[in-house]
Design a binder for this molecule. Structure first.
Ligand code: 2OX
Length: 451
């Protein structure tokens, strides 16, 4: 029996309206974390702090007034929104999510509700406006990240322990509501809101406010998409309500990790997105990337394919410096993934979970509404034989490398719904894409007849 809820999930199942279909078909996005934290870049008073650079204020125990004075140093003289958008276009992303305000509370747009914004920095100009225009001009959708947690605002509370806490926090939530309405109103092409910083008790106790924010955003900007991180229900349950129903329009719990392709197949039933850092754990710019593993282009490309194969979106993070530049590793990743996407992007964009059993050689993706099955091969077996187990009634007809001018590969049916695809055993330096044509139907495969 369902628990009656006022602030639980507002609908069940995947949205199928045009805005959500576009969000889903985008598949690959660029996350950008930019703020005052990019200026110190994880280093304070000559000491390097290894934790996430956007957390330096807490890692180095910096008093709020000291941190906030970084605003007077914010002047990214090398910032070029058009250049960023061109790099993103070449990388093959179809959307970009920008931190309008991270936990530090500094706003990249000239909000009328606070002075802690770019307008009062030496840079002065509206960064959000420039990014929205430049990325939209490249045909890339723009989404807004917004942190409810706010280290700057005097009324923010982590918990509600006294009546004073309650009064202050409701003042803060009114401020945040107004900022969100301002963003949704003043940047009309925004497609989605990415909420973060909503895990504290002070927010969990305000499920009604989270419901009202979602409602307001969808009234101001019909079709806009809201992630599951915003919502808390009547009992403070987050992401999924007290009846286990997903709140918001897609699940956004995968941060620096991906669902397992065998044990976490449930995610294929709803929309979801994973966000990923290039270093182990740096969202904002850190001066020293030698302190952790830095993921290679091919590592990240595999994560993109893995995500698409399970019906999710992959949001890859970039952390520009205080001057507004990306580092060589970030540029290399954009170019390398972009080169692959220019040849094979059609096995990512507008593709989804194929409903096939995960195999060792790599991942399947399937173009929405087609009989075209894509195999993206990362692990070539020494046998050169790629095992394919098909659902009942799916009969493979043809297989060919996508870039080989249609040279067919041998498809061997070895048992009912079991095939081997033969590929040359040689050194491959990037994932190989095989396109498989199949037919549905009750027609028995040749093996079945022989029995
Ligand atoms: C999307 C990412 N979410 C922010 C974050 C992560 N965390 C966090 C804090 C403690 C444990 C695990 C995660 N707190 N804030 C990161 O700063 C980045 O914005």
């Amino acid at each position: 029996r369902a628990i009656p809820l006022k602030y639980g999930a507002q609908y069940t199942g995947k949205r199928s309206d045009e805005a959500m279909n576009k969000w889903r078909s985008n598949r690959f996005g660029q996350f950008i974390h930019w703020g005052l934290y990019a200026i110190p870049g994880g280093v304070w008073n000559g000491k390097t702090y290894n934790y996430a650079a956007e957390f330096l204020k807490s890692s180095a125990h910096i008093p709020t007034p000291v941190w906030d004075s970084l605003m007077y140093q914010f002047n990214p003289v090398k910032f070029d929104a058009k250049a960023w958008a061109k790099m993103a276009k070449k990388m093959g992303v179809k959307y970009m999510t920008i931190t309008t305000k991270h936990h530090e509370g500094f706003c990249l747009w000239p909000s009328e509700y606070t002075n802690f914004t770019v307008a009062n920095s030496p840079y002065k100009k509206d960064i959000i406006k420039q990014l929205v225009e430049a990325y939209n001009a490249e045909g890339i959708d723009v989404n807004f990240y917004y942190s409810v947690l706010d280290w700057h605002h005097p009324d923010w509370r982590y918990d509600i322990k006294t009546p004073e806490d309650s009064v202050a926090m409701s003042r803060y939530l009114t401020f945040a509501y107004n900022q969100l309405k301002e963003l949704a109103t003043n940047y009309p092409t925004v497609k989605a809101f990415w909420f973060d910083g909503t895990w504290d008790n002070s927010v969990k106790l305000n499920g009604k406010w989270t419901y009202e924010v979602e409602k307001m955003l969808k009234e101001v900007r019909p079709g806009v998409i809201v992630n599951s991180r915003l919502r808390a229900d009547d009992y403070g349950k987050r992401h999924k309500d007290s009846n286990g129903q997903l709140m918001g329009d897609y699940e956004s719990g995968y941060e620096r990790r991906l669902p397992d392709p065998v044990t976490d197949l449930a995610v294929t039933k709803w929309d979801w997105e994973a966000c990923m850092t290039i270093p182990e754990n740096q969202w904002g710019y850190h001066k020293d990337w030698s302190i952790s593993h830095v993921k290679s282009p091919l590592e990240l490309l595999e994560m993109l394919v893995h995500t698409t194969s399970m019906g999710g979106n992959f949001l890859l993070n970039f952390g520009p410096s205080g001057e507004g530049t990306f580092r060589p590793q970030e540029l290399n990743i954009a170019n390398t993934i972009g080169a692959w996407m220019s040849k094979y992007g059609n096995v990512i964009w507008d593709c989804d979970y194929a409903g096939m059993k995960k195999e060792d050689w790599g991942y399947y993706t399937k173009k929405k509404g087609s009989n075209q099955l894509n195999m993206v091969v990362f692990n070539v077996p020494v046998s050169g034989l790629l095992r394919v187990n098909t659902p009942k009634g799916m009969i493979l007809e043809k297989a060919a490398f996508l870039d080989s001018k249609g040279v067919s590969l041998k498809v061997e049916e070895i048992a009912a719904n079991q095939y081997l695809i033969h590929i040359p055993v040689k050194q491959y330096t990037s994932p190989q894409v095989i396109q498989v044509d199949y037919r549905e139907g009750n027609a028995k495969g040749s093996y079945e007849k022989a029995k």
